[in-house]
Write a protein that binds this ligand. Structure first.
Ligand code: GLU
Length: 430
């Protein structure tokens, strides 16, 4: 059995610790998740049978505020994965200066195999099982892989039934009609776009000279492809779980999105109005997409996509991690040596949780913002924190991932250390 995902995630922390002087207490504190809950969720299936699903919620750290993080529905969900994702959320929220700690949840299930009513019963069952563990001041849920606004709406509703009051701030990413925020649906992609647009000029790169390959055509990947396309980048390859399409001259991203929305299939098409025509493109695998000769490679699907095995063959110059954990720590070293810049998940995909924070603020104040306010605040924060991380990287001569961890660690240690450290308790009063 290989090293666990969490062991791999912790290596990032160890690397960053070389560049900051922290009290031992902080390091000790950040090594372990604060609380892990595993639950069995009984669900009555449509055919009358009873099935039990495994669900998890991990609160990694809440020194800076209530835990915050999504809930994933996927066959690969395990306690190890959820713990790693909660660890990443801790650093992501600190890197963006959100007043939250890190949490994550998940259910081991292939949601595509369930009917809509089974999915609703599973979701409500999950909330029944974890209700005492969450809350708007304790741990706040959100969407992640294969969960969406509808599912968040069911979660909020079920929590409200249990509490016998309406508590919208217990979950973010809700439908607008139930207290969601405008701009949340597109926030991860928009945040990633601002990070790209902030960093590329530092390398004297202009959109029209930049080719892009994107792995994953879900909410974040597809929207980001469109934003980059509209800004003049040449998007040459995109993929979904079934495979990738590649056209060196560039793809018409809006047409591909339109066609996929109508047919559920990803094809290289050009659409005029409602009429779509196939255009020339190569069909390649998801693995081949990762090795294309492009400027920007954007893994926007799942973790562990670029490993020690394929990292030597990656030809991109920049990797922007829109998925959580797509590059392993062993691959990090190889890519670094080869001069590939990896812009880490805890910065690149932080737009999602940033607008989640805005949604939580709006729910608690009862005053709802316009799209212009949400977008301006998101842009300000992404640009500010991207620049701050870039400066740490320049100052310490370190890669952007380590810089992002250093940046987050300083904020986390401030919060941990003001509660008292060994030095504080052992100092004499006189
Ligand atoms: N699941 C997203 C993430 O990994 C969003 C979390 C949130 O909005 O709380 O960042």
């Amino acid at each position: 059995m290989g090293a666990s995902l969490f062991d791999d995630a912790s290596l990032r922390l160890e690397r960053a610790l070389k560049y900051v002087t922290l009290a031992e207490d902080t390091i000790e504190h950040l090594k372990y998740p604060k609380a892990c809950l595993q639950v069995s969720i009984p669900v009555r299936m449509d055919n009358g049978a009873l099935r039990i699903f495994q669900g998890y919620r991990v609160r990694y750290d809440d020194t800076r505020g209530p835990a915050k993080g999504g809930v994933r529905y996927h066959p690969g969900v395990s306690l190890d994965e959820v713990t790693s994702l909660a660890f990443w959320m801790t650093f992501k929220c600190a890197a963006l200066d959100l007043p939250f700690g890190g949490g994550k949840g998940g259910i081991t299930v292939d949601p595509k195999q369930l009917s809509k009513m089974e999915l609703e019963r599973l979701t409500r069952g999950y909330i029944d099982a974890i209700a005492d563990f969450i809350g708007p001041d304790v741990d706040i849920l959100a969407p992640d892989v294969y969960t969406n606004a509808t599912i968040m709406g069911w979660m909020m509703d079920q929590y409200g039934i249990i509490q016998r009051r309406i508590v919208p701030a217990v979950v973010t990413g809700k439908p607008l009609a139930l207290g969601g925020s405008v701009g949340r649906e597109t926030a991860t992609a928009t945040g990633a776009f601002h990070t790209i647009e902030t960093l590329m000029p530092k390398f004297d790169r202009r959109p029209e000279d930049t080719t892009v390959a994107i792995q994953g055509f879900g909410n974040a990947g597809a929207m980001l492809a469109e934003l980059l396309f509209r800004a003049g980048y040449r998007v040459v390859a995109v993929s979904d779980s079934r495979g990738a399409i590649y056209a060196p001259g560039g793809l018409d991203v809006p047409s591909i999105r339109q066609h996929k929305a109508e047919s559920r299939h990803m094809k290289a098409v050009y659409c005029k109005g409602t009429v779509c025509e196939l255009v020339a493109a190569n069909h390649i695998t998801n693995e081949e997409l990762l090795e294309l000769e492009v400027d920007l490679l954007i893994p926007a699907a799942l973790e562990n996509q670029i490993t020690a095995e394929n990292a030597p063959r990656v030809r991109a110059k920049w990797i922007f991690e829109v998925a959580n954990g797509p590059v392993t720590s062993a691959a990090d070293g190889i890519l670094n040596d080869r001069g590939v810049h990896v812009v880490p998940d805890i910065l690149t995909n932080a737009g999602g949780v940033t607008v989640s924070y805005f949604e939580w603020v709006q729910n608690r104040s009862g005053l709802y913002w316009t799209i212009e306010e949400v977008e301006a605040r998101l842009r300000d924060r992404m640009v500010r924190e991207t620049n701050a991380i870039w400066e740490v990287a320049q100052r310490e001569a370190i890669d952007l991932r380590t810089a992002a961890y250093v940046h987050a660690l300083l904020r986390l240690s401030d919060a941990i250390q003001v509660k008292g450290t060994r030095d504080y308790y052992t100092q004499s009063l006189g």
